[in-house]
Write a protein that binds this ligand. Structure first.
Ligand SMILES: Cc1ncc(COP(=O)(O)O)c(C=O)c1O
Length: 470
């Protein structure tokens, strides 16, 4: 098990150290975010350190206003009416569809038709597991995913495999937190029909080389699906360059509204698939005993769409383009480096995942020695610091790491170093509440093996969290 653990500081190369230092220098220029004023929730709560953007991001004013504008100026059931208000609502959806297509690197004249609006990433992946998988999976076939998957890209494949008599195969990261080509080649093979991988891990923050994974999948005639829920909020995605077959993401993680998600798929695959949900708007013709389907994307968009949400997602993408991924990434990387440096100065905190901050896309997971993550998060909340604690919908990953829970600070470009200061001070508060102000260092027997990315120890062959045996 130890050989699978993600290593700590000793993994940092000389180049990594230099980059770390230079990012820290940059970070001192991050004292106050110029972007918080764009986000009403943040500007109305100047004392809040919101460090849970991986769960859901805050929305800029432009997005909130777009949603309101839709209901005030365009509200009608899109696609159904022949009057001008309904036509305007339809145009809003079509405009957003074209924008999403451009946003993920599609430039063809008809590419927008392959953008399917759904509720979120979970629904997009379920659509594939229920509509696509049965068309390709047979008993004995394999679906290959990573151990880092969010449950949204794991349970649908468990279900699909169970239904088809297929096998679910896992790829594991090495000590650097990354899935190597050797591991991909060891797991993807002639029996593989589907490879579905998380682009950026919501726990480790690492980005998987889904392009290489897709190339290997294609060598064996398998389909490559990418869960982009945590990549689109952090860096530009070009599905043409990735050469994947399906890509899914959620609007609410990319500063858009909740309840809107996107599935992109290769046209010929979408075209050949049966619908997922049936009902209004997704049909061509219906008789008493039968029905034929509308073309893609309507075939997959049964019922009334969240047109206001789609229109507001359009505004969110415009906002991201306005800030620019370059500026977003520069701030985020500097903040992540600063956050990791400050946390590593607390000897009762252990960061989970690779030591190199450049590998953490907005996410810094950690544990506090002897204190359960739920207690940590609750006490941080008393100091107005919002982080997430728990299994992060990634129980198999946490089991692989030998933990059942951890804390996660997730950053976006709108955060600033004041947020990190608050996190650090609040963590000192947590520690002092449990161990007293005079007790600065963890008891020596509780100090973890430094190469382990968490505070756990083997006892009687079991892995037991230290907080559980105090
Ligand atoms: C990597 C990843 N995939 C999928 C999801 C599910 O997203 P949603 O809840 O928007 O369906 C999440 C949510 O945190 C995630 O982090």
């Amino acid at each position: 098990m130890t050989d699978r653990k993600l290593h700590g500081e000793h993994m940092l190369t000389e180049q990594g150290k230099a980059e770390w230092e230079s990012r820290n220098a940059q970070a001192s220029a991050l004292a106050e975010s110029p972007y918080k004023k764009d986000f009403p929730l943040l500007s109305h709560n100047p004392d809040l350190a919101f460090l849970d953007s991986a769960a859901t991001a805050q929305r800029p004013k432009a997005v909130l206003e777009a949603q309101k504008r839709f209901y005030e100026k365009m509200n009608a059931n899109a696609l159904r009416g022949l009057y001008s208000l309904s036509v305007r609502a339809t145009e809003a959806i079509n405009g957003a569809r074209a924008h999403v297509a451009r946003f993920i690197g599609l430039t063809g004249k008809h590419d927008a038709r392959d953008i399917v609006f759904c509720r979120n990433t979970s629904e997009a992946l379920n659509l594939l597991a229920y509509s696509y998988a049965p068309t390709v999976l047979e008993p004995g076939d394999e679906v290959c995913i990573t151990i880092m998957e969010h449950h949204s890209n794991l349970i649908p494949w468990q279900q699909a495999c169970r239904a088809a008599g297929a096998k679910l195969i896992y790829m594991y990261p090495g000590d650097d937190g990354l899935i190597s080509e050797d591991e991909m080649r060891a797991k993807i093979g002639p029996r593989t029909k589907i490879v579905s991988a998380i682009h950026v891990s919501n726990v480790l923050g690492v980005a998987n080389d889904v392009k290489l994974m897709g190339q290997i999948a294609h060598e064996f005639g398998a389909t490559m699906i990418v869960d982009g829920a945590q990549s689109v909020p952090h860096f530009p995605v070009d599905v043409t360059d990735l050469d994947c077959d399906f890509f899914a993401f959620s609007g609410h993680k990319v500063f858009g509204p909740m309840g809107i998600g996107v599935l992109w798929g290769r046209h010929e695959l979408l075209d050949a698939m049966p619908p997922f949900l049936t009902g209004g708007e997704m049909i061509d013709a219906v008789t008493e005993q039968d029905a034929t389907w509308a073309p893609v994307p309507e075939k997959f968009e049964a019922g009334t769409q969240d047109a206001a949400g789609i229109y507001a997602l359009d505004a969110a993408l415009t906002y991201v383009e306005g800030v620019g991924y370059d500026a977003m990434q520069a701030r985020e990387q500097a903040l992540v480096a600063q956050c990791m440096r400050r946390l590593s100065e607390l000897d009762f905190v252990r960061i989970i995942g690779p030591a190199d901050p450049a590998l953490h896309h907005g996410v810094v997971s950690f544990n506090v020695c002897t204190i359960h993550p739920h207690d940590v998060a609750s006490i941080l909340d008393m100091d107005n610091v919002a982080i997430r604690a728990g299994h992060h919908c990634a129980q198999p990953l946490l089991a692989h790491l030998g933990i059942d829970s951890c804390c996660r600070a997730s950053l976006a470009f709108y955060n600033d170093s004041a947020d990190i200061d608050r996190l650090v001070e609040a963590l000192k508060h947590v520690w002092s509440m449990f161990h007293g102000y005079g007790f600065a260092r963890p008891l020596p027997h509780l100090l973890p093996d430094p190469k382990w990315g968490n505070f756990q120890k083997r006892r009687d062959g079991d892995i037991t969290p230290l907080w559980a045996w105090q």
